[in-house]
Design a protein around this ligand. Sequence first.
Ligand SMILES: Cc1cc2nc3c(=O)[nH]c(=O)nc-3n(C[C@H](O)[C@H](O)[C@H](O)COP(=O)(O)O)c2cc1C
Length: 334
Amino acid sequence: MVRDISNSINKFHKISIAPMMDCTDSHFRMIMRKISSKALLYTEMIVAQSLIYTDNRGKFLDFNKEEHPLSIQFGGDSPEQLKEAAKMAQDWGYDEINFNVGCPSPRVCSGNFGASLMNYPSKVARCIEALNNNCNLPVTIKHRIGVDDNDSFSNLNNFVKQISNAGTQRFTIHARKAFLKGLNPKENRTIPPLRYDMVKRLKEENPSLLIEINGGFTNINQCIDGLKFFDGIMVGRSAYKYPLRWREIDNKIYGDKFLPLQASDIIFSLIPYIENHIKKSHRSWDICKHLINIIESFPNAKKLRNKITQLSINDNLSIEMLITLTNELKAMGY
Ligand SMILES: Cc1cc2nc3c(=O)[nH]c(=O)nc-3n(C[C@H](O)[C@H](O)[C@H](O)COP(=O)(O)O)c2cc1C
């Protein structure tokens, strides 16, 4: 079953910020949303089974309304469990469901899901159908160009065709293969070479499929070039490490008016959010651990980052102190 939503996905999701475990939680997404009002954001991968058996679903599913458009990423290999998870995603108000077939972590692959599923396209198709059949949300997939010896173009092409028939609305392809044995997840994000050429050929041979490329994009101009060949670009590590460097997304990709956002503007805009979080007896560090990444690229940035880190880690960062530090930042022109 293929729903015709290609135009809306095409138009709005030219840039997305990759799902990253321990990084793209709700707080980071709030920061990223201040930087781009339009980029598609993703949750961290949520294992469908954990979601079903937890007694605290909100911990996995809650998000702030400002985070839209937001895709929830599921990992799993049981159509029954994914079906249940899909219904929850819809009830919770997500905009899209993404299925993870790219994670090479041994823990994930020993459960026979993540990147190892690339060896079992019919199983992936059944999972996609299960997600599709129990909700009205678009279902998309994130996968690699191959795993181990299963790395030919024809296998990739067959995989994508089969999964497309199951009702996948967009393919986000990390343009590296994964080695299921011998490399850890971090090495699997750096050692296998990037093969943009393979993803480009895939798009050329399947022009009607929406293909988003991922892997190694570090600046907006690279993304603009990439959009000549692909329907979308997904940015991971560079957006997490240097969020502010992506402040031109809305202007350069979507044609919105340029807003010369500075680090201090972002922090000021998040003060009510941080205050609310602290009031609920949560730690400022939950947010500041991501927020410090916007303080970079100017003299003494490291010193200020360290100060906020120390105060926040020791639970000594009051809102008043954060406002004072941000005012100092603004006075310096950042
Ligand atoms: C810390 C970390 C955690 C990640 N967690 C996930 C995840 O939960 N799901 C997923 O599909 N990919 C995950 N990835 C992979 C990224 O989504 C992305 O595919 C990869 O980093 C390559 O893109 P980049 O070169 O722009 O960083 C993770 C990457 C990193 C660095």
